[in-house]
Ligand binder design. Structure first.
Ligand code: ZN
Length: 79
């Protein structure tokens, strides 16, 4: 039986990041929580429009492709 999960942005046009095959480790996992991280250009554009600067939005998913958290890194000087 197929165990493929579509990993998508939770906001906006819900861009497809990847199709995750459960049981395989083709994606790049990051430690310590075995999360998969994708930089999201749609959300990054929204962030930059709202706050300016050079921030980047990342979505992190767990090993079954469920959204774990969304983080925004801002590179504004003098933070
Ligand atoms: Zn996004």
């Amino acid at each position: 039986m197929p165990n493929v999960v579509e990993v998508r942005c939770p906001a906006g046009p819900q861009k497809l990041f990847t199709k995750l095959r459960l049981g395989e480790t083709t994606a790049r996992y990051i430690q310590p929580d075995n999360l998969i991280e994708f930089a999201c250009y749609d959300c990054t554009r929204t962030l930059r429009r709202a706050y300016g600067g050079d921030g980047t939005v990342y979505h992190r998913y767990n090993f079954v492709g469920e959204l774990f958290e969304t983080i925004a890194s801002t590179d504004s000087a003098g933070g």
